[in-house]
Design a binder for this molecule. Structure first.
Ligand code: SAM
Length: 288
């Protein structure tokens, strides 16, 4: 994909670029991430009883890895409408939908905090039967606006499946390593400095209830990665994307980066080590 977005050294980010960027590295990382966590997504959709023919809204869809799975489930009688603020990701989503001959999966460019306006401008009308939002609410400065708009977009009895973080900074190398932990804390801080909240799931149930949803399911996906496992790749592909950004934004020094990279390389070569991953929470809310 030709991508006009800036290199990862842009610390403040540009309009349409969230804190982790939208370049080729991030595009690949999101694909690997979907492979690794797709089982949890499918389990959640099954629990929410997603069926063929339904209309689905993918809020913060990225390049559409989950959306293409959703499109296969709902089929050509259904529809999957993605929304993302990254033009590059929206282009990629629509290009791939055409390539895999699933034109009922479309993406619109826009801010999910202004969901209603984006849908209207894109000629897509509510209501939707189900919405899906994964690893987006933790980056959004005004999550309440997204929740209120989703309440208007989902039909009564419709479901909202959310997968996101709480206690992000519990991500730890075992045995513990100070250089590793110091960088994880700065990742947490950098998201907060851009208006996000890596503990967002702690605030979501109350927001959802206020907006007219009933939380019917809340659970945790707590996983570990061991050197040599496919899951070890997940943090492994995150570091080249995030570390230069953290140095550029002043959250870590080049020395902290080197100490971290040495700690990770040592752990990667030692089959007795493991990494406790940040816990991902599964939530289903029903629109009352
Ligand atoms: C970690 S990615 C997750 C993408 C996708 N949901 C997935 O699970 O593969 C976060 C996505 O949220 C998008 N995003 C962040 N803030 C946004 C906003 N305010 N409006 C629209 N999209 C946003 C980013 O552009 C990025 O595509």
């Amino acid at each position: 994909m030709s991508d006009p977005t800036p290199p990862p050294s842009s610390p403040a980010g540009l309009p349409g670029e969230y804190v982790l960027g939208t370049d080729q590295t991030e595009l690949v990382r999101l694909g690997i991430q979907h492979r690794l966590w797709g089982d949890a997504a499918h389990a959640l959709w099954r629990r929410a009883n997603l069926v063929p023919g339904e209309r689905v809204l993918d809020i913060g869809c990225g390049p559409g890895y989950a959306a293409r799975d959703l499109a296969m489930i709902v089929g050509d009688r259904g529809r999957v409408v993605g929304i993302d603020e990254s033009e590059a990701f929206v282009r990629e989503y629509n290009r791939r939908s055409a390539e895999v001959l699933m034109p009922w999966a479309v993406a619109l460019h826009g801010d999910v905090q202004a969901l209603d306006a984006v849908l209207e401008a894109g000629g897509e009308s509510a209501p939707f039967d189900l919405a899906y939002t994964r690893w987006v609410m933790c980056f959004v400065p005004d999550p309440e606006a997204v929740v209120q708009a989703a309440a208007r977009a989902i039909r009564p009895g419709g479901r909202w499946c959310i997968q996101d973080y709480f206690a992000y900074s519990t991500m730890t190398l075992a045995p513990k390593d100070e250089a590793f932990t110091a960088v994880v804390q700065q990742i947490d801080r950098s998201w907060r400095d851009r208006g996000g909240d890596p503990d967002i799931v702690g605030r979501l149930p109350a927001m959802l209830e206020r907006a007219g949803f009933r939380v019917t399911h809340l659970d945790i996906e707590h996983r570990i990665a061991r050197p040599g496992d496919f899951m070890w790749t997940w943090p492994g592909v995150f570091w080249p994307s995030v570390l230069p950004r953290l140095v550029a934004s002043g959250h870590i020094t080049p020395e902290m980066r080197s100490a971290f990279e040495s700690a990770w390389a040592r752990a990667s070569a030692d089959p007795t080590r493991f990494c406790l991953l940040p816990p991902v929470f599964d939530l289903i809310a029903e629109r009352v």
